[in-house]
Design a protein around this ligand. Structure first.
Ligand SMILES: CN1c2c(nc(N)[nH]c2=O)NC[C@@H]1CNc1ccc(C(=O)N[C@@H](CCC(=O)N[C@@H](CCC(=O)N[C@@H](CCC(=O)O)C(=O)O)C(=O)O)C(=O)O)cc1
Ligand SMILES: N[C@@H](CCS)C(=O)O
Ligand SMILES: [Zn+2]
Length: 771
């Protein structure tokens, strides 16, 4: 029984990776130094996995930004607007695809399945000329072998997943694209085989989504070809994040191993394994240890599970591994200094998860020595202590939660009634302009927070600083001419961490960073106990901001589903119970805001769609409870209180109908990076509430020209009524610099004014009978 890993976090124990990238982008280090620091980070990760004792160490999982982008670039799939000529793609173009350049908007970025990791969406269109610009897995394999003596397991995204997650083609072109890319995959594998690689891990997570049975024939064709191309190279076909639908077909594929997720997809995958068995000529790679959560595994339970599997698949045909790549968890618990000893001892991040795997594999290889037994005892003791920790229970919260069952969660009046009342109260112009909430989190803002955290600044000093920022940005927004203002979120490190810190039941790490996109990381809080509202969390800043202006200032909080999905959640309670507790707490915040005169309130739910189950048949049930959670938070307010929500980074096209049930008066969604692809949805679907389709991309430093924004607005107005349309950027502006933000927003307001003028002209013309 071998131990294996699927992917190791890139960011480094002290986020060295992130810092190196950002220094390079800022021009503080040269390309040569950048490459050499990156190499040392990459090799350190392999060395560490070797020391932990992993038998099959992944190579080629490292990236300078994102693994989907790497695959596109490896195959020369550089969109025309980046004007790449020649073969090898230079770093400048690689990063322009990710981040945009002065002349070319960035490629779209979206959620990686149901995680908080975002990938760059490859663009496949007929003008592209796919070719192998470099064999990235081969280079990684050679490097690990030459520099550390490790014969790694190269990792690549499989062709089916790669094409499915790309854009720019229609379904009729799908077979042609496969034929175009397959020879390149074959070449990659042949070169790996020639170099002496024994195994290659080909990730096909798309296999856990609801595929039609016919698709399995195409997948069989692909793997037949790949297998024939490099007959001495073993293919581990890797699935993760859920169970597979077509188990019987899958196990017959001409590959030498198949990886299944026995955490998220446990029930279904195990049922299939026990029912249909597993071929005797293949390796079963069992995803045993949760790659998405941070709790120590119960080794007694895992032992039993392995025994169950081993009754079907002989031990020497089994690999033990995490359920997915470990990029979704922090690196090590070792450096945590502020957690309670009980909690710290209950956690396993990437390194500790690999230790669990190595322990279990050794145990089943009958190498369970004395020290391993003490490891087991320690594990069982930790599990026992956590289970019995009374501090996780809050009886008041539990009692309140009980009452929630009978609640209808409905606003006082239906939307059309509210709309009329709100129009009278708010007196907004047509096409109101606003932003999503955050303004630049500059180095000065972060420094201030740091000083407060370290005790160098007193609370009044820090609060005065925050007030000063709010004051500055309220003035800027008024000067720009925005209609609905925000306070700017300067007091928040992160939209999830901030609320976690103020609610009861959450715990925090010091170094528990996880990559979210590119160099940007988040530190998900840990939901440890029952979640409780302790005191108002956002009222002071919102009330202060409102006191500075006659324009409306939106109250701003993060919604319950997002707080749930972007935290590491206790696993001793159903997720639904946890989210209900969060919703109850947030409702108190909404009520506190309203009581203090803040009657336009945005409850952000960017992770609501991300949490959608990967299987079609589970989606409706999810929507029902997720939508209900939003309504629990927002339904007790007056009709004149305008509830906004915001979502980003998702493909909304199939879900506007469900989203409408949230009953938010106004929604803002990201669209500009997907270049307006959602717009056709509104040709078919009626959406009657207020809506802002983001008019410019906030991930790029590029300042969108007025005409470009006008065109996007006009495009939206082809399908949406001007009376319902709002004008806003795609998402919050915390990652942008102040100058960029101001320049972009000025263009946005100018664009809104131009379109308003055009609409007014049209109205006059209509009155005068010219139209
Ligand atoms: C909307 N998005 C979010 C997602 N998930 C979240 N949990 N939160 C989100 O907002 N998912 C989808 C998207 C992803 N978008 C982003 C956008 C931006 C970031 C980001 O900027 N992350 C920061 C870290 C944020 C943070 O907590 N900053 C702290 C400072 C922490 C720090 O770096 N400290 C330094 C010292 C600082 C100093 O001395 O100057 C240190 O410890 O070394 C803060 O603001 O105080 C990032 O830098 O990556 C993430 C996701
Ligand atoms: N209000 C948040 C939403 C991000 S999704 C922000 O503006 O950063
Ligand atoms: Zn957003």
């Amino acid at each position: 029984m071998k131990s294996s890993n699927l992917g190791y976090p890139r960011i480094g124990e002290k986020r060295e990776w992130k810092k190196t990238l950002e220094s390079f982008w800022a021009g503080q280090i040269e390309e040569h130094d950048f490459l050499s620091i990156m190499e040392s980070i990459r090799l350190a990760h392999i060395r560490k996995q070797k020391e932990i004792g992993i038998d099959l160490i992944p190579v080629g999982d490292f990236t300078f930004y994102d693994h989907m982008l790497d695959t596109a670039v490896m195959f020369g799939l550089v969109p025309e607007r980046f004007q790449h000529t020649g073969d090898k793609v230079p770093l400048s173009i690689y990063f322009s695809m990710a981040r945009g350049s002065k002349d070319a908007p960035a490629c779209e970025m979206t959620k990686w399945f149901n995680t908080n990791y975002h990938y760059i969406v490859p663009e496949l269109n007929s003008s592209l000329r796919p070719r192998l610009t470099e064999n990235k897995p081969l280079k990684a394999f050679q490097e690990a072998k030459a520099k550390i003596g490790v014969k790694g397991k190269p990792v690549l995204i499989g062709p089916y997943t790669f094409i499915k997650l790309s854009k720019g083609y229609d379904s009729k072109q799908f077979p042609a694209l496969i034929l175009l890319l397959l020879p390149l995959y074959e070449q990659v594998l042949q070169e790996l085989e020639k170099e002496g690689a024994e195994w290659v891990q080909i990730d096909e997570p798309i296999l856990v989504t609801s595929l039609a049975k016919e698709e399995m024939a195409t997948i069989a064709f692909i793997y037949q070809k790949l297998n024939e191309a490099a007959p001495r190279l073993n293919i581990m076909l890797q699935t993760y994040f859920e169970a597979v639908d077509w188990y019987e077909e899958l196990i017959e594929l001409p590959v030498q191993g198949i990886g299944f997720d026995f955490t998220c997809g446990l029930e279904e995958n195990l049922k299939n394994l026990l029912k249909f068995g597993f071929p005797s000529d293949k390796i079963l790679a069992a995803g045993m240890i949760d790659g998405r959560n941070i709790w120590r595994a119960d080794l007694a339970e895992k032992r039993k599970l392995i025994e169950t599997i081993a009754a079907v698949v002989p031990k020497d045909q089994l690999w033990l591994q995490p359920s997915s790549s470990l990029i979704h968890v922090p690196i090590t618990v070792k450096n945590e200094r502020n957690l309670s000893p009980l909690l710290k001892n209950s956690l396993a991040f990437a390194d500790e998860k690999l230790e669990e795997i190595v322990y279990l594999a050794k145990l089943f290889r009958d190498e369970g020595a004395q020290e391993e037994d003490s490891y087991y005892q320690d594990n069982q003791q930790a599990i026992h202590l956590l289970k019995n920790d009374a501090s996780r229970d809050n009886h008041l919260v539990q009692k309140e939660h009980e009452k929630l069952k009978n609640e209808r969660a409905e606003r006082k009046s239906p939307y059309l009634v509210r709309k009329k009342l709100q129009k009278e109260v708010w007196k907004l112009p047509i096409l109101p302009t606003t932003t999503i909430g955050s303004f630049p989190q500059t180095a000065v803002v972060r420094k201030a927070r740091q000083k407060f955290k370290k005790g160098e600044w007193s609370r009044p000093q820090y609060e005065q600083f925050i007030q000063h920022e709010i004051q500055k940005w309220i003035a800027i927004q008024e000067e720009i001419g925005l209609d609905v203002l925000v306070h700017g979120e300067f007091e928040r490190t992160d939209m999830v961490e901030f609320f976690g810190e103020k609610l009861g039941g959450f715990a925090f790490t010091e170094n528990g960073w996880v990559q979210s996109y590119g160099s940007r990381c988040v530190r998900p809080p840990i939901i440890y106990g029952d979640v409780e509202f302790l005191q108002p969390m956002t009222v002071k800043e919102s009330v202060y901001a409102q006191s500075l202006t006659n324009k409306a200032v939106k109250g701003m909080l993060t919604g319950p589903v997002t707080l749930l999905n972007w935290s590491f959640v206790r696993d001793d309670r159903p997720r639904q119970e946890v989210v209900e507790q969060i919703a109850l707490a947030l409702r108190k915040e909404v009520e506190a805001l309203e009581a203090e005169g803040i009657s336009m309130i945005q409850v952000d739910e960017p992770a609501l769609l991300e949490g959608l189950p990967l299987k079609e048949e589970k989606k409706q049930e999810y929507f029902e409870w997720a939508v209900r959670m939003f309504r629990i938070v927002t339904s007790t307010v007056e009709d004149t209180t305008q509830i906004h929500t915001h979502m980003c980074y998702c493909d909304f096209s199939a879900y506007m109908h469900d989203i409408s049930k949230m009953d938010a008066d106004v929604i803002s969604i990201e669209t500009s990076r997907s270049h307006g692809e959602i717009i056709p949805v509104f040709e078919k679907e009626t959406y009657d509430k207020g809506i802002g389709l983001g008019v410019y991309d906030i991930h790029s430093p590029r300042i969108p020209p007025v005409e470009e924004i006008v065109a996007i607005i006009e495009q939206s107005l082809q399908v949406l009524d001007a009376e319902q349309f709002w004008i806003n950027p795609d998402c919050g502006l915390k990652t942008r610099r102040a100058e960029e933000t101001i320049a972009s927003l000025k263009n946005m307001v100018a664009a809104a004014q131009l379109v308003r003028k055009r609409l007014a002209g049209k109205e006059t013309a209509a009155v005068e009978g010219r139209e």
